[in-house]
Every structure is written in C-alpha cells, then in structure tokens.
Design a protein. Sequence first.
Length: 745
Amino acid sequence: MKFTNGFWLTRNEYEAEYVKEIYKWDVTDKSLTLFAPYKKILSRGDTLNLGLMTIQVSAPLEDVLCIKLTGHAGAIKGGPDFQLEQNKPYDGFSINADAGSASVKSGMLELKVQKGCPFLSFFKDGEFLTKTGVKGLARIRCKDDSSVYTAASLMLDVGEHVFGLGERFTPYVKNGQVVDCWNEDGGTASEISYKNIPFYMTDRNYGVFVNHPGKVSFEVASEKVEDVQFSVKDEGLEFFIIAGKTQKDVLAKYTLLTGRVPLLPKWSFGLWLTTSFTTNYDEKTVMSFVDGMAQRGIPLRVFHFDCFWMKEFEWCSLEWDRDMFPDPKGMLRRLHEKGLQVCVWINPYIAQKSPLFKEAAEKGYLLKNSDGTVWQWDMWQAGMGIVDFTNKDACTWYQSKLKALMDIGVDCFKTDFGERIPSSLDGYNVRWASGGDSEKMHNYYTYLYNKCVYDIIKDVKGEGEAILFARSATAGGQKFPVHWGGDSTSQYVSMAESLRAGLSLMDSGFSFWSHDIGGFEDTGSADLYKRWCAFGLFSTHSRLHGSSSYRVPWAYDDEACEVLKFFVKLKCRLMPYIYSCAVKARFEGVPVMRPMHLEFPEDMNCTVLDRQYMLGDSILVAPVFSPSGKASCYLPEGEWTHLLSGKKVSGGKWFTDEYDYFSLPVFVKEGSVIPFGKTDDKPDYDYSDGIEWNVYPSCDGKKHEGAVLDGNGNVIARLEVVTDCSGKVSYEKFGNGSDVSVIIK
C-alpha cells in the first residue's frame, strides 16, 4: 500500500502520523514498552491533543524479537490469530535501560533505542542489521472512510536482496515489487497467488514475519527504494525480527515459531496419476490407466480421483457417483490390491444441489450473512455455501464425512480451493461462528480447512501416514503438506514460472512442493511432457495431472512412456537420500528443494537463480526449458559430476550442454556421499538394505559422510569418506543392512 507521493509528501487521500521520538518507556521482566508520540515533545503543552503509538518489545525465542505496535487499542480488530508454536517469553532475553537509552537482547539479536530519537535499531552480534527510518513507524488515516492503517518499514542495505512472501510467480527476488498477501485463485501467470505468507528474509541473514492473518501489503524497495514497508488496515501491527548465522538458520527459527513439517509417508514420494479435471471416466477408465502403467513397467504408487468422482453440480457431496462407480468400496479394494494408495478431490464448498447443503444449512455449519441467512454465490457451483471451520461442530461433521470415505478405502485427500473467501474488503458482510474479523478470516480460512482435513487423516491413519495435496496456504500451512503450484498452462514459460513460485514458497518456511507434470490447462506437446517428467520426478512430490485431457504418457508418444519410466525408477532408487532430506526438514526446518542462494549464500551469482535448485544439499537440478534440448546452469565453485553420465565439470561458471529426453542438467557437488537404494519399482522399502553408496570425492582432506535416516531422525546407515591430496579414497561403513557396496565416481 502506497501512502506517499515521493519522499516528501503524503498522498491526498491520506493523513499520516509518524512516530517522531521515543519519549519514555516502562520495563517489566517480560517486555519493554516504548511510548512514541507523533510529535517531538519540547514542553508539557506538546503532550496535549496528540496521538501516541505504544511499542511493546518481547522475545519468544533465542535470536528473535517481537515488536507490537498499537495505535487505538480499543479499535484493534479481533481474531483469528496465527497459531504460534512458541508463545511464551524466552528466558534468556535481557532488558537494559537507563535515563537516555534502552535495549532488549535475545541471543545474537539486540534492539537499541534512544530517548528523543524515532528509530528502532537492530543489531546482530553487535553489528548494525537494520532499523526503522524517519518515517518508519506510522498511523495513517484514509480521508474517504476514516479507516486506519498501521505501517512499519525497515531499511535495506546496499545490495541487500529480499526473498519469500509465499508462492510468487513474479520475479524471484522481490526488490522493486508490491506484494499484497491476499489469497486468490488466479493461475500461475499473474501477481496474485494461492499461498501468501507474510514472511520475508534477506541475504543479510535475518527474516521478518508480520503476525497478521489479514491483508498485509508489502512495498519491497518500491514506494521507498531504501526500505521494505509493511502495512495492515488495523490499529495494531505485530512483527518478528528473526536473526540467524545463515539463511537456513533463519528458516529454522521461523519454522520453530510457526510450525515444522511433519513426517510424510514414504509412499507419497512415488508417482501420482490423476483422472484429470473435466475428463469423462469410470472404473473401467481408471483401471485401464493403472493397468496401462503396469504393462509398460512404469511404477505407479498413488491414484487420484479428481472432481467427477462426485456427480456434477453436487461438489461437494462427498458421495460417489454411483452411475459411474456402482461399487466404490470394491473398486478401492481392487486398487489397493494393485499396490496403490488412493486420493480423492474435495473442496470446502457445498453446492445447493448437494445432499449435504440442507443438512449443513439447518445445523448452522455454513458461513452466514450478517442477517443470519446462509451466504451463497454461483462462482464455482450453483448456489454454493462455504463450510464454517470456525465452528467446531462443523469441523466434526465435515470430518465424519471424510472418515466414511476412508473407512471404505480412501487414503488421503486433495484439498483444493480455499482462496475465494468473502470478506469486508470485497464488499461482503459475513458472519463467522467464531465472531472473527472477516478480513483476517480470508487468508486464515485455508489454515483451518487444511488442518481439519489433515487431523482426521492423522487420527485414522496414524502419525507419519497423513498427507494432503493442497493448493492454498497461509503462515503455518507447512504443517499440513504437501502443496502444489496450481493451474499452470502447458508451455515452457509456465513450467518455469511454476518453479520460480515453488522456490519462493521454499523461502517461506515450506519444505515440500509439487506441480502438474505436463501443465494443467490445454494439452502440451510430447516434447514438453517429456521435459516436465524429468523436472517432476526431481521434485519432492510428483503428480501427472491436467484439465481437459488425460496425462498418461501413451497419450503423447511411445518415447514418453520410456522417459517417464526412467525417471520414476531413478527417483525410487534415490529414495534413501530424498527421504533422509525430508526427515531433516522435519527436525531442522530446511526445505528439501532449496533455492541456490540458500545452499550457496557466499556465491553472489546464486542470488537471482530461479531456473535451478538444489535437491537436498548435494544434487543440483536444472530442468530443460526449451525444445532444442540445450540448457544452461550455473555451477558454484568446485568439481561437479553429472549424476547420469558421470561427466566431470569444474564450477565457478555457467555450463551449457545439450540433453536428450533421458537426461537434464543434474549435477552432484564434490564431497557428496549419496545412498542409492536397491529397489526401483516403488518408493517405500527398507532403505538400509542393499545400499549402493555413490562417493563423489573431494580432495580437501576432510571427512565427508552420507547418512540414511529413519523417520525419527536416527541414523540407520552411514558412510564416512576421506580423500587425500593424491586422490586416494578411504572409507568406513556403519549401520545395519546387507549387500552394501561403495562406488567411487
């Protein structure tokens, strides 16, 4: 939200009050409270007819400070509020105050203020980090409707880059952009997105989390090119400064605050195949797909039924269309007998024709207008209402319908939609059962929706077996994985924008991500499909899905079947490595698919790279985005080995080569020790048995190791390797398992 006209003037439609000084403070054992008037106080008379911002500083975690700004306290909007995992004061923080200055310190992070100055200055290990500027804290009133905004801004250093803010399809580095955190259903080719996270971090190794579920507007070096400004339409604004030694460290602390990803089932990392969106299908069609994959030797692990498992105009009835599926329980049993898990599509909207509508409306389970009638529209389904997940009874009711599906064989759910939630900002006057503010509920709705579904799956299936396939998210949504990138088009540019948004999401506390292999809208070429298969199988989760046509490989050409088979089998063999990375994400909060700057922060060339990434800490992946087969990637310093061909390439520069459909730029950095499994036809097996350790020597004389972890983070197999200056490799094996082999690359 822009409030100024250049540096000097406020826009005509606003009146701005800026904090002019820190006048005095109160100290308790839990916080420092600053009193900051909108005018410099020179005499007692200056304290009259004047506004005052209250600033409370506390510390919920080591290296984290919470800054809470309050204008008129009685007018602050009500809940909902983000569910924070750490909401007790950190015992190790300290407050020091004398007559002229005060400071609050939490670990390496310290806030310093001086009486008479307006700045909040932050330091890390004693070195200046950032601060609020001359107009860095403000209360702003809109003249048209008297609404009030609270705004804060933090200074950027020369050459400082901003990352994150959720899934963003716009340029990867956020400098120069206006980002409104407001969930919308807009595809993958615009500035709006399905997953808005009010958190950013910079390459100066700190992050900022704005703890407000409503519409948070970020001006990232845009309104004022020296600052990141964030504002909310509210009388209060709370934000956290999170300091780290590295950007990984920042993400680790942010996810301690908002939640870590859970353990995912091993089977979920295999290939998912869907019926696609608007296609016609029945059990015969489904089984033809499943059998067709098996006949061609393509390992399939999950089958997904998209929308038309239910009758048209009845989304969601959560009942099988018996005309097309007369024996759903038997069909699901037959799919299980073929070694598959089953997923079905749902959303939180109830069409008027659905048998559930009358029941939900009578029981008060649907979102209401302010007059108590059911809120409805025809945007997606005729006369649809929205399940009110702020009503605990509605959650229990909705979960009972999902449990009935699981009782006959459904294993998980694709939680689609959750973005088109009416609010006061859109001109709707709705009433939630909780009494919560409608603007704050717009983004927060997806948290309640996905949590409701995830919880019932976990209750039924048990810890470590629950998974969603979700589209919308907000802060904390990483606790309910996995998320996919939404409705892309079937072209290379959309494949690239999907990756760009996925990496931005990984910069925002999420660890797992998927996308529609082949593109969602339209039907792309066989060339695009084969390139997207390679990309999709080097993602944490891999799903074939489309809109109006099937995504089975034989619908493209015979070679597509062989390409898909090749990369599915390769991913299955890489599962000891991939699963161990997933377990680390659970305990450390570091994503499995990593932006290059996260893994190589010292290499400034990696800052803007958005068409390649690291899969874990060892494997670099750069999808091919051209029908020519030519692809370029940047390799950081060191020696790199092509995973498939064994070709050695020296880093510190760009590398260009040409690749057939059975290859792509996928390089392993020196010093890596990667465990390959012995099984290539499924992702879930004993990873400690029959390991093939692939060693990529580094002649630095240091010890390098590879490890295989179980779901609890225990090491079940390990190989330690040392290479001396002459190139001699020595190693030592640890752990259980038989038929272990070591291959020096």
